[in-house]
Write a protein that binds this ligand. Structure first.
Ligand SMILES: Cc1ncc(COP(=O)(O)O)c(C=O)c1O
Length: 314
């Protein structure tokens, strides 16, 4: 198998991110809850995309890109962080976002304005149309450009979370469970593949915050990333567990998510967001209350960021 260092990476973040025990929540949920602070990855307001972007932006730079395109919803954390990475690396970011969600100049839109990046809204639900528009614009600009997929979730981006699993191992802690939000699939795919490689015996749980075909999406991403790494191991849907935490819809806050967000804020002074991490943590709380975790089991919640979304709730 290839070493993760065999793949070019630009340094954008601060790693390793800290792991903390949540003393109050552990007491309340009667299990051992820890948090990996990927909300403190050190670029923009932090978040999971920084790990993926270290690989994706390295590829963009290697290919000589002057312009980087990406996409997502109006309040996409990924798009905002891609813009931040481009600013840092002296590239130009153009964000072609779906005209869905909060388009006003709040939350991530405000941060994008601060960075002076170009944002275009397209009234479509079809990413195919958006990628075609990127090609049209890139060709018209006449400069080398690079397209980063929604959520940074392709096999190259997944390597960022395989690396996170390796980082958890190197931090010298052992966990029975690792839990994260699943939005476009890359984070869970990376952690699940990384757990197979570096964290034997750890179960990985993805908390779905949208209603896509995540079983298939996650497995495909794991297989593609394993292929890049030359990791010859049989992978299957049994390598991860999915829980539907979407509630009333993608980016629509759920009662359970709001309660989990308040619990984390009130008991630990840590902020979650209503779109991803609040719902994901609600899944952890639900599983704990259903008795899935033993009293002495160690459960790691990966806080994937999303602070910008906290300031863009209608
Ligand atoms: C804050 C936050 N957490 C979790 C996710 C989900 O990660 P992934 O897209 O890799 O599934 C995203 C993005 O989609 C996000 O912005």
């Amino acid at each position: 198998m290839k070493n993760l260092d065999a793949f070019e990476r630009v340094s954008l973040g601060l790693f390793p991110t800290p792991v903390q025990r949540l003393d109050n929540i552990s007491r309340i949920l009667n299990t051992q809850v820890y948090i990996k602070r990927d909300d403190l990855t050190g670029l923009g307001l932090g978040g999971n995309k920084v790990r993926k972007l270290e690989y994706l932006m390295a590829r963009a730079r290697r290919e000589g890109a002057e312009v980087v395109f990406t996409t997502g919803g109006a309040q996409s954390n990924h798009a905002m962080l891609t813009a931040a990475a481009a600013c840092r690396l002296g590239m130009r970011a153009i964000l072609i976002l779906k005209k869905r969600g909060v388009t006003e100049c709040v939350g991530n839109q405000l941060l994008e304005k601060q960075m002076g990046v170009q944002v275009i809204f397209m009234d479509t639900d079809d990413y195919g149309e958006i990628y075609a528009e990127m090609d049209r614009m890139g060709t018209a600009l006449g400069v080398p450009y690079y397209k980063i997929p929604c959520g940074g979730s392709n096999a190259l981006g997944v390597l960022g979370y395989v690396r996170c699993a390796q980082e958890i191992r190197d931090q010298g802690m052992r966990f029975d469970h690792v839990i994260c939000a699943e939005g476009s699939g890359g984070t869970l795919a990376g952690l699940a593949l990384g757990a197979r490689l570096f964290l034997p015996g750890t179960k990985v749980h993805g908390m779905m915050v949208d209603s896509d075909a995540f079983e298939e999406i996650t497995l495909n991403l794991m297989q593609e990333a394993a292929g890049m790494l030359d990791a010859k191991l049989p992978l299957s849907g049994a390598d991860f567990h999915l829980l539907d935490m979407c509630g009333p819809g993608y980016a629509v806050p759920s009662e359970e998510g709001k309660a989990a967000l308040s619990l984390m804020a009130e008991k630990e002074g840590i902020f979650l967001d209503p779109v991803y991490t609040g719902k994901a943590f609600a899944g952890l709380v639900r599983m704990a209350r259903e008795g899935v975790f033993g009293k002495d089991e160690r459960v790691l919640f990966v806080h994937t960021g999303g602070a910008g979304g906290l300031f863009a709730v209608r």
